[in-house]
Write a protein that binds this ligand. Sequence first.
Ligand SMILES: Cc1cc2nc3c(=O)[nH]c(=O)nc-3n(C[C@H](O)[C@H](O)[C@H](O)COP(=O)(O)OP(=O)(O)OC[C@H]3O[C@@H](n4cnc5c(N)ncnc54)[C@H](O)[C@@H]3O)c2cc1C
Length: 545
Amino acid sequence: SAKLLNSEDHTEQIWRSRVRSLCSVGWDKRQQLVSSTMCTHQFKSICFQATRRALSYWSHRTGSLAKPESISSVCAVRLMSIDSGGGDSGHPPERIPRAGKYRSAWTILKEEMEGIGTMKPPGTVVPRETDVLIVGGGVIGSAVAYWIKERSPKGSNVVVVERDPVYTRASTMLSAGGIRHQFSIPENVQLSLFATEFFTNIKEHLSVIHESPPDIGFNHQGYLFLAPPRDAELMIENVKMQNELGAKIAFLTKSQLAQKYPWLNLDGVECGSLGLEGEGWIDPWSLLRALKQKNISLGTKYIHGELFDFEFLTQQDHGAGDRNLRLDSGVIRTKDGREHEIRFSVVVNCAGPWAADVAEMAKIGLGDEELVYPLPVEPRKRFVYVTHCPDGPMLDFPFLVDPSGFYVRREGYGGNYIVGKSPACEEDEPDIGNFEVDYDMYDEQIWPDLAKRIPAFNNSKMKSAWAGYYEYNTFDQNLVTGPHPYHRQMMFACGLSGHGLQHSIGVGRGVSEMILDTDYQTIDLTRFHFDRFINSTAIEEQKIV
Ligand SMILES: Cc1cc2nc3c(=O)[nH]c(=O)nc-3n(C[C@H](O)[C@H](O)[C@H](O)COP(=O)(O)OP(=O)(O)OC[C@H]3O[C@@H](n4cnc5c(N)ncnc54)[C@H](O)[C@@H]3O)c2cc1C
């Protein structure tokens, strides 16, 4: 039916609109429809006729043998069978095998109609094959899906598997939402510039027909980095490079800073760099929601389940070649306890802080040759504190990054600010076993510096706080992307260590280029490939916040 919906053949229009209307009603509405007798008949009849029509279309297209006589019984039986679930039954979970190499039109159709026929809630019907499987439906996985479908709407099937559709622990939801052009690596500056352009024109990119245009609350307020004397030269170089790439960054001397920000105490500060255009912050949840909504409208399937294993083809299975193991399919456990194998051409690892677990499922870090090297990404806990400061500088308050390591920005207009700081060294890294907040860190390591830098914060009170995981790349705190050198079918989009929200859009586009064009067409991200862990070539970003 999905193929039928995309058909350009106008004689199919009536069937397309019937299937579409059936598919477009929500789960509750669909149940309601089927629970009234008259509608059950209507529903069955639409299913039956759409299926028969689609089947003959497919038989015609593929020349495969179809079995139209059995359709009505399949539809009827499926309409009555409500999924009873299997998670708590004590039996071993049912495993739905991946697609075989050759499938008849009948099999394809049966699978495509499954969601309608069995009345399963959305997100639990797992296709048995897809072109691209994305693991992790946070902002990065969703950005990858967006670009693939945007650039190749009918050419590629995309499935996103996400184990937590409310994103309780996802980095995306716990992010501070900042976007800045002030990085020390040119590619990072380019990714941010692209993000600004995309976020500014978000309505053009992510609007969906019949839905309100997305609003991600883009607050345009520049970042202000302060530098001590020892870092002044580096700051001048960085500002030059950033401006050459198209950013608008002003270098400010100490006296210029004093004039512009009289509320700042500039002890120990030599100079500063201020973003004049395109920097600020957005609402991460609104961005994720807009991306998901757009993706679903473009045909991406979001599956509520957890990828917990991969199946491999051995050399014997997949013929000649210099590789013994070839990734073939992922194994997903859905909420109802069932296990599903889904075959893919490419799998993209967008599992955020848990990306190394997914890599290990593919034996990355556990094997020989290139498989010896693990993916150096792990969760690192970071705290964000919300502070009320009635006498704070308010409106013309940049996203300030202090040489002592803390950052502070305005949150709304009611005298609230959000503040955070990364630990100074490995030994200070907080325990990642829970999401508890270390309130002492604010009192002992942040507030004294904050109140010294901005004396108005002497009269302030921390009101609340939260903890979230950076998807921390322990090798060089930067993006990991491109294909794995051994498993060419596994792409990465992870490891962004605290700047992934703003770079999601550019990284997603880069991954789509690697998949659809086999090379980068816009920003060249080759330096961020996995090979650098093997060659020991770190790309150190000096401006990690
Ligand atoms: C406190 C904090 C502040 C931040 N501030 C900023 C900022 O100011 N600016 C900025 O640009 N970035 C910031 N970041 C970083 C940014 O939030 C992340 O880089 C970005 O959200 C990463 O997105 P993601 O999609 O990779 O990860 P996530 O949002 O964590 O998504 C990964 C998803 O994968 C799913 N998953 C994992 N394993 C599996 C599996 N096996 N099967 C199925 N699903 C799986 C998880 O459930 C999760 O939803 C901040 C992060 C934190 C924690």
